[in-house]
Each structure stands twice: as structure tokens, then as C-alpha cells.
Design a protein around this ligand. Sequence first.
Ligand SMILES: NC(=O)c1ccc[n+]([C@@H]2O[C@H](COP(=O)([O-])OP(=O)(O)OC[C@H]3O[C@@H](n4cnc5c(N)ncnc54)[C@H](OP(=O)(O)O)[C@@H]3O)[C@@H](O)[C@H]2O)c1
Length: 255
Amino acid sequence: MATVPAKIALVTGGSRGLGRDMSIRLAEKGINVILTYHSKKEEAAEVVVILEGNGVKAAALQFDAGDIKSFDGFFAELGKTLKSTFNADKFDFLVNNAGVALYAPFQETTEEQFDMIMDIHYKGVFFITQKSLALLNDGGGIVNISSGLARFSQPGSSAYGSAKAAIETLTRYLAKELGARQIRANVVAPGAIETDFGGGRVRDNAEINKMVAGITALGRVGKPDDIGGVVAFLCTDDAKWVNAQRIEVSGGMAL
Ligand SMILES: NC(=O)c1ccc[n+]([C@@H]2O[C@H](COP(=O)([O-])OP(=O)(O)OC[C@H]3O[C@@H](n4cnc5c(N)ncnc54)[C@H](OP(=O)(O)O)[C@@H]3O)[C@@H](O)[C@H]2O)c1
């Protein structure tokens, strides 16, 4: 019997935090991973070693989600990496995870801050997904990482929360338009998680950590390993009928 080649996932922002955990959990399911980093090349290389230790093939590529003009160059590199490391022309799952935080009151948010957030969290997601379609296998999937902040409001997140809301709507359009190719599109929306995000404020600021735990039904702040397994699940056949859904993974935050 011919062996089925292992699936390949592209995880943006896989060098740290949630994307790192997603990459590891995908590898644990036997899925090969191409992860991207923005500036932390060494951290990305360390994740590659961990993934290879799980018995899958892995590679890391530099990617700037906010520089749409660089995407054609990125896809040229991606094509070469697919060939050289994975002996493949295409990949199966796109996980749009890369991102940065912005905490600014609505009244004080500048146009520069707004554009930075929209470029990275919305425009970048829109066009990396569009440009991925030529390399994405039919029957594959897209997972867009949103935030609890698209559902509930915390002061200081108006630009960020509304950009995340935009990719939630975009996800439903992707599911509709790509269904003919059997490509599923879903959203994973984490609550507040202890990572470097926003200078590590959820992890390192005791007051914020306590506030989040206090408004979470399960009584604590999230950890990266609360999230990665849900993304990995969406990239398996167990999730083959899950489409156009928003799965909030927050322990029941701000109910
Ligand atoms: N942590 C939370 O509380 C939380 C809650 C809800 C949603 N989220 C979302 O989850 C995703 C991951 O967050 P995280 O907590 O894992 O953050 P993180 O620990 O700060 O990691 C951010 C990742 O994104 C990459 N990145 C940063 N700027 C980039 C850019 N301009 N272009 C491409 N990649 C870039 C980083 O690369 P380098 O390592 O090279 O810098 C890193 O891999 C984000 O979309 C975030 O909005 C986070």
C-alpha cells in the first residue's frame, strides 16, 4: 500500500508563545511544520530542533506580516523550502497567528498605531491567505487566531479588537468561497494568555493576572499549552466537519 505523505502546516509567528506551542502540538500529531519568525531567528531555530525531535520535518522562515509588499519574496522562499526540506510543492494548513499588541485608549490611538495593527492583524492575514491559495492543497485548512477581545471589550484595545473582529468575518467568507476546494476555515480566539505578548503584561503584571483570573470561570489565566492543541485538532480529520466556526479558548472569560 502506498504511504500517504505527511501533511504540512505553515504557522506564522511560531518562534515564541502561542505559535511555538501550536507548532509543537502539530508535530505531536505527525504534521510537518514550516514556522515563521519576525526577528527572533535563534528562537525559531530552537523550535525547529524540538519539532524534529518529535519525528517530523520542520523549517523556519523570516516573515513580516505587516509588509505586504514582501509577501511575493516570502512565497518564493516558501516554494524553495517546500521542495528542499519537504520534497513537496504545496502545503495543507495555514495558521495565521503572528501578531503584536497595542494598548492605547480609543481617544489617543494614532493613525500610525492603527495602520500598524491593521496591517499585521488584518491586511496581512487577508493577503497571505490570498497568496497561499496557489500553494494550499485542496482538502486543507485555515486557522485564523483572533482574540477574546473581539467578543468582549477591555479599554485600550479598540484597534486590536476590531482588527481581530475583521478576521473573524473574513474567516466565514473564506469558508464559503473555499468550500468547493474542501478547504475549511475556522477561528481560534484565545483569552488572555501568559506569553511575551504586550511585553508579557498578562504573565508579569500581578494585578492584570489577578484581574483576568477573577473574570475567568476556571479561575486562572491561560497558558500557551491551553491553545496549541485546539489549533492542532482543527488540522486533523477529527475536525473534518468543523467549518466557519469561532472557537473561543479562554477558560470562560468575561461570560
Ligand atoms: N497572549 C495573549 O494573551 C493573546 C490573547 C489572544 C490572542 N492572542 C493572539 O495570539 C497570537 C500570538 O500571540 P502570542 O501571545 O504568542 O505573542 P508573542 O509571544 O509576542 O509572539 C508573537 C509572535 O509573532 C511574531 N511576530 C511579531 N510581529 C510580527 C510581524 N510584524 N510579522 C510577523 N511575525 C511577527 C513573533 O516573531 P519573533 O519571535 O521573531 O518576534 C512571534 O513569533 C497573536 O495573533 C495575538 O494577537 C494572544
